[in-house]
Design a binder for this molecule. Structure first.
Ligand code: ADP
Ligand code: MG
Length: 241
């Protein structure tokens, strides 16, 4: 579903991704952990074409990302992304935020788009907030609405970039519960997050990155209980402190 073959990414003279080889299967949930600056966001952003790799080959749902003829709209329709900060349009109600892309990008009729939007709002527990503005919602609710907005496009792949890192502790669980539900449904997901207990629970595989490289990958049991690399062990110890 997602295949990185020797991917490099340079920002000027700085190399943010170094020879990334990573293969994610349909329905797999992969959690990427690693310190700030290790390249997690850059890796995710390559998957939906927000960043272009500078070397190697990357294939996402049969689309060659480096291909000059890449249909970026098609890629984005297939790959949803949720960021650390909820980014809803403040001047639109929640339902308006959700129907925007289905109507403008997928050319659904407003009536069909509304039904679809309500389905996903109910799914994240926000059906009763449809006519509220983002500022009237808690940050956890805004983040759940952001997830619903991505889901409305029926993506094949969902990317989450530290989806709970900006939330206060009491709101973290409601957002994780939504992601957990998506994992159960078999959606292919790549989640950058240092919520270790959550990664252990939902991820099929953990990837540990440092300084632009994949240092180690494995099942949660292997990587968390018996890390092979010294750097992985040091990082996990540091997180537990
Ligand atoms: P992470 O998400 O793990 O914190 P990032 O992918 O955001 O890591 O960043 C990896 C490295 O690349 C960092 O050193 C960061 O400063 C650098 N970087 C990220 N985006 C850019 C950019 N647009 N231009 C220049 N450097 C960047
Ligand atoms: Mg990041």
């Amino acid at each position: 579903m997602i295949n990185f073959y020797g991917i490099n990414k340079q920002y000027g003279s700085f190399q943010a991704l170094k020879n990334i080889n990573l293969h994610i299967e349909l329905g797999e949930v992969v959690s990427i952990i690693g310190p700030s600056g290790s390249g997690k966001s850059t890796l995710l952003r390559c998957i939906n074409g927000l960043q272009k790799p500078t070397g190697g080959e990357l294939v996402v749902h049969s689309m060659k990302i480096m291909d000059p003829g890449l249909k970026i709209k098609r890629l984005r329709r297939n790959v949803g992304m949720v960021l650390q900060e909820p980014n809803l349009y403040p001047h639109m109600t929640i339902i308006e935020n959700l129907i925007l892309a289905p109507v403008q990008v997928a050319h659904l009729s407003p009536v069909v788009a509304r039904d679809l939007a309500m389905h996903y709002l109910n799914k994240v527990g926000l059906g009763d907030k449809r006519d509220a503005y983002p500022s009237q919602l808690s940050k956890g609710e805004q983040q759940r609405a952001s997830i619903a907005r991505a889901l409305v496009m029926k993506p094949r792949i969902m990317l989450f970039d530290e989806p709970t890192a900006s939330l206060e502790q009491e709101m973290v669980e409601e957002v994780l519960a939504v992601i957990r539900g998506l994992a159960r449904e078999g959606l292919t997901m790549v989640i950058a997050s240092n919520e270790i207990s959550f990664a252990r629970e939902v991820a099929d595989r953990i990837v540990y990155m440092d300084q632009g490289r994949i240092i180690e990958e494995g099942t949660p049991a292997d990587l968390f209980n018996q890390p092979k690399q010294r750097r992985t062990r040091q990082y996990l110890c540091h997180l537990q402190q």
